[in-house]
Ligand binder design. Sequence first.
Ligand code: ADP
Ligand code: MG
Length: 699
Amino acid sequence: MSILDTKIEFLKGVGPKRGSLLNQELSVYSFLDLLTFFPYRYVDRSQIYTISQINNFDTDIQIIGYVKNKKEVGVGRKKRLFIDFVDSTGSVNILFFKGLNWLNKSIQIGARYLIFGKPQKYGTKISFIHPEMELLKNSSKTPTYNLYPIYHSTEKLHSIGLNSKGISKLSAQLLSLLKDDVLESFSFNMIRDYNFLERSKAFHEIHFPTDTKTLSQAIYRFKFEELFFLQLALLKQKFLRRQKFQSFVFEIVGDKFNNFYHNHLGFSLTNAQKKVMKEIRQDVLTGFQMNRLLQGDVGSGKTIVAIMSIILAHDNGFQSCLMAPTEILANQHFNNISKIAYNIGLKVVLLTGKTKSNIKKQILSDLSNNLIDVVVGTHALIQENVRFQKLGLVIIDEQHKFGVSQRAQLWKNEKIMPHVLVMTATPIPRTLAMTAYGDLDVSVIDELPPGRKPVLTSHKYDKEIKGVFEFVYHELKKGKQVYIVYPLIEESKMLDYKNLQDGYENVKAIFETKGFKISILHGRLKKEEKELEMKKFLDKETQIMVATTVIEVGVDVPNATIMIIQNAEKFGLSQLHQLRGRVGRGSDKSYCFLVSSNKLTNDAKIRLKTMVNAHDGFEIAEVDLKLRGPGDILGTRQSGLLNLKLSSLVKDHAILNSARKEAQNLLESDPDLSHPSNRNIRHFFLKHHANKLKWGSVS
Ligand code: ADP
Ligand code: MG
């Protein structure tokens, strides 16, 4: 047992009472927990900046200069003291909201001050809000301070003397006890190659930095460590599964595939599609189960990839199954695949909750006798306890809608695992995909078929809606169709439905008199009603579809060329992107109007601007990640894994990339970490990360 496993209450200066509060408030139970309870920021009083040097808005810094002017502005509670502060390189604003009388009396125009606080940027101007101000004698030398750590604390801890300073004292006490107790986690080679600080030194530096340079080395080391071992755990899991789950080998590219490819495809594959097909073909040759996530923007041509994989399975004597999250989508897939299947002689059926029971019975029997090559369906595929004779490939569309265990239900009756291809049109930034789906292989179609025109997107305010509707009228007269979408944040909120209903009445009043018909679609309608409205729109019986986000996923009506999103400020970026993807699917020019009120938060402004300027889903996803952070994007289950102490999947791309590469190389050269040179890594991994292996057997 290491000294680091000692209970925290036994550290000098802690004791039972403080110990139990440290447990409760900070989850610090052991010496090790305290050692890895890192400062969340540092105060840099080791140097003085000039105003022109200010480019970091994360830490408190110091500047020295003169008060050029000061004035009180505003009245009553809005009153503030406004100071124009200068040095030889520029000027900043200093603002105070409280204690104005006293401050106004004591701050002298023309006097020299040391300012200490966190700079903020508004436009091009830098401001300090309520900084510390220390009057300096004109002659006096610059005072010197240091770089010191700030720890998170809580009210309860404060009350027993464990504020940031108190915690820092405990860290010092702990560090003084440690001799050879901090074990290195990296191999000698890694330390040499990356010039890492030694682990033990890095702990000293992260708690008590000597200077900013060694501090960043220490932070870099621990970020790398965190991401490296996380990736090692995920990749190791992938390796293990490879060994465990044998699957079928599809080595034949047969007549059907060639016939389809040469005679029925009707276009050439994009390079991205070719690359993905190659990746899939390699996977199904290995003898182990394919587990591949296929990401590609709406309209990037994932369906063709799915179909070709199905034909490949068929040429090798296997059945396939394709599961979609909604009835509408299952139907769509069925229609697409049927056309192709007819040409090349594949038997395809549709199985959903609506399939009549006598037909269902026949399908189930045919599937088990291998008389059906492909079954397309919804959840029903899981519920019906379907048995295949030779299931070789499972394709799951729009992966977000299915849970992990639900997916596994699909092949619970199989002795040998089928290959799995999961398709999603919600692009996830690479860094996030690497971590959240670290044990899936990820393929990306990052190129649209040639000739697609980006959907012309503009942002309009509510008061401009009349102009938008005039434009709509002209397009309707040309025979085009239109979506008008309202936000529905929660199914239960009556207000949202009222909003939708009012919108519907309004649209009706304007357009019905002009001879156009309007559909309405929302989550409260019965499934059959939804299908009916969708079908009417698809058949051009109605020209305008007023809807909530139920139309978000995958719906394909190529004749619809306008998407109007009402209260666009209330939607998240990925939703906006999905919604916009409903238009621009045919060859005609398409338009998207983001209609908002004029009260917009900063984030909302960024979202709308991003949508107007960007069309690539991955670019949009990157912005989304920056605005919302990884947890909110992935949902709760995966985000537990993303409880990273130091590193950020948003900011630490570069470190993540090298850590992953390093982990990959390591596992390739030494899968069991048994080589003596990797002893440190093995030891650390087993002690701290082996439990993560249980996490997320994704399929
Ligand atoms: P996704 O499922 O990725 O949203 P689809 O597979 O439905 O996209 O493809 C959208 C449309 O683009 C379909 O009509 C499809 O036939 C067409 N398509 C796919 N790949 C190509 C290509 N390489 N060249 C031209 N058109 C393509
Ligand atoms: Mg699709």
